[in-house]
Design a protein around this ligand. Structure first.
Ligand SMILES: O=C(O)C(=O)C[C@H](O)[C@H](O)COP(=O)(O)O
Length: 215
């Protein structure tokens, strides 16, 4: 069984660092440092690098080494092997869009904190059964958004969330105002064209606005 209190404390420390976790899908390793700096220097120190691209693990290792002010996590962690690779690269946490019993078991045996994804009461109850109380709520907007989280808070108030999926600067405050929401995740501060052009100033501006969001 997971040491729930310890896991909650580890994850809460990550969640407390910023209201927003940028979800980064990196195409070029050389973008990792300038992008990471633009986010961290503008108030978003918690970074989720999704394991969806070839350079993701190298980017996590590079950022963990070169940008110690950042708290770098691995996203899209789907199975035990991904969790192991994230840990070995130096990720401070792992976050997944969903969860399986195998992933829960692997995370219980690992020292990297996993933030599993849930979208329904039953998925949440399964996570609670495994000892977890901190979750990603994904895909947030498509799964009922703020109203769904309010509904879950009734019977299951011990769970706290980082809702992610379809959230932007306009939608974030309503999530952040909920007592069971610690922070939100999203990619709205990383527009495709700004990333492609290496427009770190533009990304920095959007990051600064995201960092100023409150419920
Ligand atoms: O890769 C993962 O592990 C995911 O769970 C998916 C991401 O969190 C979303 O793609 C971000 O959502 P958007 O802000 O709508 O872009």
């Amino acid at each position: 069984m997971l040491d729930t209190a310890r896991h909650n404390a580890l994850v809460d420390a990550v969640f407390a660092r910023a209201p927003v976790i940028p979800v980064i899908t990196l195409q070029r390793l050389e973008d990792a440092l300038p992008l990471g700096r633009a986010l961290v220097e503008n108030g978003l120190p918690v970074l989720e690098i999704t394991l969806r691209t070839a350079c993701a693990l190298d980017a996590i290792a590079l950022l963990a080494r070169e940008l110690p002010e950042a708290c770098v996590g691995a996203g899209t962690v789907l199975e035990a092997a991904g969790l192991r690779r994230a840990r070995d690269a130096g990720a401070a946490f792992a976050i997944s869009p969903g969860a399986t019993d195998a992933l829960y078991a692997a995370a219980q045996a690992s020292d990297i904190p996993l933030i599993p994804g849930i979208a329904t009461a039953s998925e949440l109850m399964r996570g609670l059964e495994h000892g977890w109380q901190r979750f990603k709520f994904f895909p947030a907007e498509a799964s009922g958004g703020v109203a769904a989280l309010k509904g879950l808070a009734g019977p299951l108030p011990m769970a706290r969330f980082c809702p992610t999926g379809g959230i932007d600067a306009a939608k974030a405050p309503a999530y952040l105002a909920l007592p069971n929401v610690a922070c939100v995740g999203g990619s709205w501060m990383l527009p495709e064209e700004a990333l492609r052009a290496g427009d770190w100033a533009r990304i920095g501006e959007l990051a600064r606005a995201a960092a100023a969001l409150r419920g």
